[in-house]
Design a protein around this ligand. Structure first.
Ligand SMILES: [Zn+2]
Length: 203
């Protein structure tokens, strides 16, 4: 005999498959939905059903979008000479939120992970090189994470992009804003020293 009704149990197991959601959180979410009005559960189900039908990859930058090209690629006020390469669409959202970048994007959809069988062909690397060769791009800003796989992917991309003649840059790494340097780890501090910037006098 089931302790948990099978329909509820199935939903809990579905939620538990999501990243960062354990069995306890999954049960809490499923019970929350059960207690809410049925209309809310129907709306959620409809949104899930329409997700794959409505959202596709932009053929230019490979972000998730309802339109092709996506809103950013179609925006004529963006700087088409500057291209920012990120691992995931979520990284693009974070950079967009800063309002500090007005170029275009290229989404890799992952990082190199040879142990897991993820090489350049599994990422949008070929598409990136073709885009750089055929377009108006003058600089590629590689904004992969400063993790071991993120750095390895950046090094690989720098090597490949060299052959196209385009300039490459990397996000600066160092001390977070507002942080006392006493609390920075040695690796971060060493990186900040190597990537130091000259102070430009404000006029
Ligand atoms: Zn796009």
């Amino acid at each position: 005999m089931h302790v948990v009704p099978p329909a509820l149990d199935r939903l809990i197991n579905d939620f538990a498959k999501l990243p960062g959601i354990g069995q306890k959180t999954a049960a809490r979410l499923a019970l929350y939905i059960l207690r809410r009005p049925e209309s809310e559960a129907k709306n959620l189900a409809q949104d899930l059903l329409h997700l794959h039908a409505s959202i596709h990859l932009c053929r230019q930058c490979f972000t998730f979008s309802e339109s092709d090209p996506c809103g950013i690629c179609a925006n004529t006020s963006r700087n088409t000479r500057l291209l920012c390469v990120v691992e995931e669409p979520g990284d693009q959202l974070v950079i967009e939120k800063t309002g500090a970048f007005n170029g275009l994007y290229h989404i890799l959809h992952g990082v190199l992970a040879p142990m897991d069988g993820i090489g350049p062909d599994e990422l949008k690397v070929r598409e990136l090189l073709a885009r750089v060769r055929s377009g108006t791009v003058e600089e590629v800003l590689i904004a992969t994470s400063s993790t071991v796989p993120g750095e390895a992917t950046a090094s690989y991309l720098v090597d490949q992009l060299k052959k196209t003649g385009v300039a490459t840059s990397r996000l600066a790494c160092g001390i977070p804003m507002g942080m006392d340097i006493k609390y920075a780890d040695e690796h971060t501090l060493a990186h900040a020293i190597r990537a130091r910037q000259h102070i430009i006098e404000q006029v």
